[in-house]
Ligand binder design. Structure first.
Ligand SMILES: [Zn+2]
Length: 429
């Protein structure tokens, strides 16, 4: 198992409130103590133990200390594409790798100290993860997915055969359970942790693979799950159509991406195993709002509207029922570019009706649950890694603060100050 090197020495963060990621009310005038990259104490300053004399003090300036954010549906290799087709022919793997590295650095600067890949070109996210863990490049702690799996003729199989363009760098195309097993076995060797599949289509492909279309059979999905689970991998999928969600939950999926059109049966299946869902709604909103500028046909925009309405309704139902929602947003399209990740959080507060505290809990603790590292990440508690975000303000009053990375005091990862104003000061010295 790879492990990022923790910072040596001690830190004390003080002078602000603590939102610890567990969902409770903030603790005013709090302190967080860090030694060797791990949190040793967190709570009200009045109760804090004596800190070591040589600890570096970080002043939150009356702002807020909180866990680093988790982007739960991150596509590091999507280079702000205007058309999905750009992904397989525009650039070679060498250049996409550099773009992915830049996107990872940007995500960390945006306060995202961890991210789960929602699919990557080639095997770039696996190696990007290694570069980040080895400390040779900055970025969120990554959970890798590598290439995605889709049925032949499905959403991700857009090149007709006469073009003689294979899709092997982007997606493994399968016909039947045997090929689904074989695709997962390839990914096992690649070193991924989550297998990303396409049980359904999307509004982006209105003619043959719209959001009510299935792109994999139940047999293919079950074969993916049994093979992946045998090797200790988890499975998720792009699930919009109701039947696709139901198939995924019945096949034993470990997470659902989007979960757009949930019916009562899907809700029951989801809650029965506490399967997390990552709605990724801002992508839909951005598509509707900016699609015309990018030449998106009206049929696609109408589909995105239907998808957004369905997705908002499902997200509210899941929250109300006590299910696990992660925040992640399919960033990496021209109208939904990297760097805008926290717009997802704002959207959930302003349009979906979540409270800022609920959204922050989804974006921290639930995100860590989805990465499989809740024992180490996602909340500010003694014993966990010191992955912290310190902002100059109160995101419980104004969630949009989390969009303004230029105003961050510090983004801390394993006790290292990686970004924010304090990092800039370190650079200048
Ligand atoms: Zn995605």
């Amino acid at each position: 198992m790879l492990a990022m090197q923790n910072a040596s020495g001690s830190l004390i963060c003080r002078g602000g409130q603590l939102v610890d990621g567990r969902g409770g009310p903030p603790i005013p005038d709090a302190e967080v103590h860090v030694t060797e990259g791990k949190i040793t104490w967190a709570g009200a300053a009045a109760d804090a133990p004596m800190a070591s004399e040589d600890a570096r003090v970080i002043d939150a300036g009356g702002g807020t200390m909180m866990p680093g954010l988790v982007e739960a549906h991150f596509h590091p290799t999507y280079f702000n594409v205007a058309a999905l087709e750009d992904l397989d022919i525009k650039y070679p793997v060498e250049y996409v790798t550099l773009l992915a590295a830049a996107n990872a650095r940007l995500a960390l600067q945006c306060g995202y100290t961890s991210a789960r890949s929602g699919g990557s070109l080639f095997n770039i996210d696996v190696w990007l993860k290694k570069a980040i863990e080895d400390g040779i490049h900055s970025g969120p702690r990554l959970v890798a997915s590598g290439r995605e799996i889709c049925g032949v003729g499905g959403l991700m199989d857009w090149n007709p055969d006469f073009r003689k363009i294979g899709m092997e760098g982007l997606v493994l195309l399968v016909n039947g359970a045997d090929e689904a097993r074989s695709a997962v076995r390839k990914l096992v060797k690649d070193g991924v942790e989550w297998v990303k599949t396409y049980p359904t289509g999307d509004a982006a492909a209105p003619d043959t693979n719209d959001h009510h279309t299935l792109c994999m059979t139940f047999e293919e999905m079950s074969a993916v799950v049994s093979t992946a689970h045998n090797h200790g991998l988890k499975v998720t999928g792009h699930c919009r159509a109701t039947e696709g969600i139901r198939n995924a939950l019945k096949a034993g999926y470990d997470a659902i991406e989007h979960g757009t059109f949930m019916d009562d049966e899907c809700m029951e299946l989801l809650l029965e195993r506490d399967v997390p869902c990552v709605p990724a709604l801002y992508f839909e909103y951005a598509s509707i709002r900016l699609g015309p500028e990018f030449g998106m046909p009206q049929s696609v925009i109408d589909g995105h509207q239907e998808t957004l309405d369905g997705g908002m309704e499902s997200a509210r139902r899941i929250l109300k029922a006590g299910g696990c929602l992660g925040m992640g947003g399919d960033y990496g399209f021209a109208w939904n570019p990297h760097g805008d990740y926290a717009r997802e959080l704002t959207f959930f507060v302003k349009e979906v009706g979540f409270t800022p505290l609920e959204v922050i809990t989804c974006a921290t603790r639930n995100g860590a649950k989805i990465t499989g590292r809740i024992d180490e990440l996602g909340t500010v508690e003694s014993g966990k890694l010191a992955d912290l975000l310190i902002v100059d303000g109160d995101p419980l009053q104004d969630i949009q603060i989390l969009e303004r990375r230029e105003e961050f005091v510090a983004v801390i990862q394993g006790g290292h100050i990686r970004a924010g104003k304090l990092a800039a000061e370190i650079d200048n010295n």
